[in-house]
Design a protein around this ligand. Sequence first.
Ligand code: MOS
Length: 714
Amino acid sequence: MTTVEQTIGAPLTRVDGPQKVTGEALYSYEFPTPDITYVWPVQSTIARGRVTEVDASAALALPGVLTVLDSGNAPRLNTDAEVSADLFVLQSPEVAYHGQIVAAVVATSLESAREAAAAVRLSYAPEPHDVVLRADDEAAYVPERVTDGGPGFEERGDVERALAAAPVRTDATYTTPVEHPSPMEPHATIASWQEGRLTLHDSNQGPRFAAQLMAGLFGLDLDAVEVVTEHVGGGFGSKGIPRSPAVLAVLAAQVVRRPVKIALTRQQMFALVPHRAPTIQRIRLGAERDGRLTAIDHESVQPRSRMLEFADQTVSSTRMMYAAPDVRTTVKVAPLDIMTPAWFRAPGHTPGMFALESAIDELAVELGMDPIELRIRNEPELDPGTGKPFSSRSLVECLREGAERFGWERRDPAPGVRREGRWLVGTGMAASHHPDYTLPSTATVRAEPDATFVVRIGAVDIGTGARTALTQVAADALGVSPTRLRLEIGRASLGVAPFAGGSMGTSSWGWAVHKACRALVEEMRGYAGVVPDGGLEVVADTTEDLQERADLSRHTFGAQFAQVRVDADTGEIRVDRMLGVFAAGRILSPATARSQFLGAMTMGLSMALLEVGEVDPAFGDFANHDFAGYHIAANADVPKLEVHWLDEHDDRSNPVGGKGIGELGIVGSAAAIANAFHHATGVRVRDLPIRIERSREALRAMRDLAGERGSGVR
Ligand code: MOS
């Protein structure tokens, strides 16, 4: 028997590692499918208007072409679902954004499909479009709800009065750009119909959710749809539900009566996969001279598409981070002619905490107070937003441990003074936070007569290590070695289970697996531990357990630290060091958890310094839509990253005690870098990314300041 210490919490090597490194692991597009055909989308070259004519004659004349689909001949979908209308593929000639699928070619080879797609002639009736986000957009409005279900507007106390009375105030506007989730594996689908039943091999974050969506769109019973999602090369939210190319593949397979596959090219990803909404955020803070916050006003203006009101939860962290009596939080959305923005790793919290944690740093400078001390002074007892106790909240411990490990006490608080040759050097920090979500899940576990076990759950491993973590949870609950059990995941038919999103996988699936395994152990007692012929099977469902949970506020926390250096002549910025300390309950699978934090902090670095989708107002497109123009941090950009976590065990979240970690590591990381940039140069950059042109602007401002003060700094 293996003890708990040897399973949960042990650095078990990724269980699917050997399959992946040998190329044995099949990704969706690679699933061998006889009689396969290929669909290639034709994308709109206008951002708003309608398609008036589709001339498919030249395309149809090419060898291997089976059909050309457009809104006139595509099968009808059930368009009642509350999803972005771009999932209603080829249902109308209306164009809502640049790059939308307006026709498609199905052919017997990929090359034929692609060539024929280029030969489809489209005529349009364009209308004037607007793709530019403006803080003063007159059409912007406050949505009733943001994506976490909270209100679009909330005010506790009287913020204007509290601000007017505050002895110390800050007021600044921060912006974050469009960011494109760019998983290594692009969105890919194989769709096959067999006598009214639909099977998808699809790269997504939740096969059960994918099946539900497809069943709804195609008017099928849920059990007539199987979605197989064995291995996924990342999603970051963009694969939270199937996107329009997957729907296109299903439509195409219906028409040609053969299986159809699609994998997006990298360029297609930029148009057809939702992006992170840009934000314009104004934050006003009021404080006593001792640092106690008296007022917070946080407003975020964001775009929405004309197809769906997606209002990112940008101000939600502000609702619960700090103990201020008067807090006002507002999201406004401006309808634009764009693809519907959607989830991207820690949606809302990531851009929101960039702004909030920059603003807190500005307040610390204003007060002449250490930014860690300022945060500790504003630590709330209860969730300030809901008044509920926290299931666990170890932010202060993260800040203290981070400070100690980073060597914070050696920092000279004065900005712009540390110089090493040409380099201006600075350090900064920020807090991190993500909600701890858990949704009902089912799991099945089976004891075989040969004393092995099979665990089945409709979970999915998008590269996070979920397979490994769930193996450890099961081995622990069964009290057996991980080598004695087999885990089956990645199929819609495995039962009700949430998706790999919102960092809810580990707690939701883990709980169900734990419950099923414990129940099986109980049941086996009745057989004196001997598995009867035919095996023993137990199904667990956590729906009721979740309803019975105490009414608490559940979150994860962290502290992010960074050191940057800025070349005083060229403006080049290098991140020297990043360190994160996190509190997310019990860390079930340390090896894969560490990878999650490393990846998320890297993504935060990339957000801070590099990533921006450049909106082209003239064409309504993104001017950069490949990896030559859209820069993501590469190896040379990423320094030594240090990841630590507290030894927490949150059994008021779930009986396993572990919480989700997929998103926590990105939140606050960009602010830590921007705060370090300020410490290095003395100049605050409030607009991301801090690319070299912004850095050079900052250096010019720094020299002007130095000139005014008559200091010796160039
Ligand atoms: Mo994550 S952006 O909630 O899939």
